[in-house]
Ligand binder design. Structure first.
Ligand code: PLP
Length: 349
């Protein structure tokens, strides 16, 4: 094993929150250790890092706003949509989400007093384009879509997000690309110049392994960025998160290595599913949703007894009998699948 692949020495195998199972780049920890006392004593300023992040995504610095995790970006969009964007429009504000989906959208919609409009799943989680478009009303203020989606790992067909943004000029449309490093696709580009109500959200929590430091970004036309940033507290992104991100962006080979480990891990999980006759959905993200059947919750509990944590998704719309398992370092995936294999066998009394 190379140093990069060495297990972290931590006992738990955390495969339930789509964290980076290898940890962040070693360059990140070195940069944090090299911080000066004066750095820590200084209020953090974004501009230099915003320019670096802009270059990373191929846009100017003022198209980028760093956030305290992408969660903060999701919350900012809810607040800006509900309170500022077209404030003269009918209330209550409506927020549209596509089930099954990431829970934070609902929390943020509730927090701003908006009415949540859920678009239920189609067979095999095909993207419900027609039903989503039909749900748009003059009260729609925010539409959250996730590409690739969590928990399914499925992408949104090309052109659909543009169509949604065109058909809902009264709303902010956030496309959450938390897993964009794994899918290798992004909507960041010239369309954001034309489609001013469209924002792209990215996080450095997942592929970059900075979840514990809390840093993400919104990318949009500068007019949209400044509108949405009216609801952001000054200095919400801390200096260690910014130091870590600069170091992480400078170490692309670590990111590339991790993305390829994740892809290999997904293949192992698919093989496992085929051997056991489990339905799975081909994922563009660092996790796989698989249907193990009625025993899903019991299996997740049995794995947890062995300090292997997977996500029981049984209660999410369309996900009865499903587990979501993070696909990280290949060695970790092999351990998890061996344990999963054991947990499927009937238990001796
Ligand atoms: C993990 C996740 C996030 C949250 O990212 P943070 O930067 O940790 O706040 C946002 N959206 C989706 C879909 C996620 O899965």
């Amino acid at each position: 094993m190379t140093e990069q692949q060495a297990p972290s020495g931590r006992r738990d195998l955390r495969l339930h929150l789509n964290e980076n199972t290898a940890g962040c780049s070693p360059a990140v920890v070195a940069a944090l250790r090299a911080m000066y006392r004066e750095d820590v004593a200084t209020y953090p300023r974004q501009p230099a890092l915003q320019a670096t992040v802009g270059r990373w995504f191929g846009v100017p610095a003022d198209w980028v706003r760093l956030t305290n995790g992408l969660d903060e970006g999701i919350q900012m969009v809810a607040q800006a949509g509900a309170w500022h964007y077209g404030a003269s429009r009918p209330s209550p504000a409506e927020v549209i989400v596509v089930d099954p989906t990431f829970e934070v959208y609902e929390l943020c919609a509730e927090a701003v007093g908006a009415r949540l409009v859920r678009i239920g799943p189609e067979p095999d989680f095909r993207f419900p384009t027609e039903r989503l478009l039909a749900a748009i009303t003059p009260s729609t203020r925010v539409i959250y879509v996730t590409d690739p989606n969590n928990p399914t790992g499925l992408g949104i067909p090309a052109g659909v997000v543009d169509e949604i943004a065109r058909r809902a000029p009264q709303a902010l449309v956030l496309v959450d690309e938390a897993y964009g490093d794994f899918s290798g696709r992004t909507l960041i580009g010239p369309r954001l110049e034309r489609q001013r109500n469209l924002l792209v959200g990215r996080t450095f929590a997942k592929a970059h392994g900075l979840a514990g430091l809390r840093i993400g970004t919104l990318v949009a036309h500068p007019e949209t960025i400044s509108l949405v940033c009216r609801v952001q507290l000054p200095f919400s992104v801390n200096i260690s998160a910014m130091t870590a991100l600069a170091a992480s962006l400078a170490d692309r080979s670590y990111l590339d290595w991790y993305v390829s480990e994740s892809a290999a891990s997904r293949e192992l999980i698919y093989d496992f599913c085929r051997r056991h006759g489990f339905t799975y959905w081909p994922s563009e993200a660092n996790f796989v949703l698989l249907r193990v059947g009625e025993g899903a919750s019991a299996i997740a509990e049995r794995l947890a007894e062995r300090r292997i944590f997977v996500r029981d998704k049984s209660d999410s719309p369309g996900c009865a009998g499903c587990l979501r398992i993070t696909a990280g370092v290949v060695a970790h995936t092999r351990l998890a699948l061996a344990a999963l294999e054991d947990s499927l066998a009937p238990r001796p009394h």
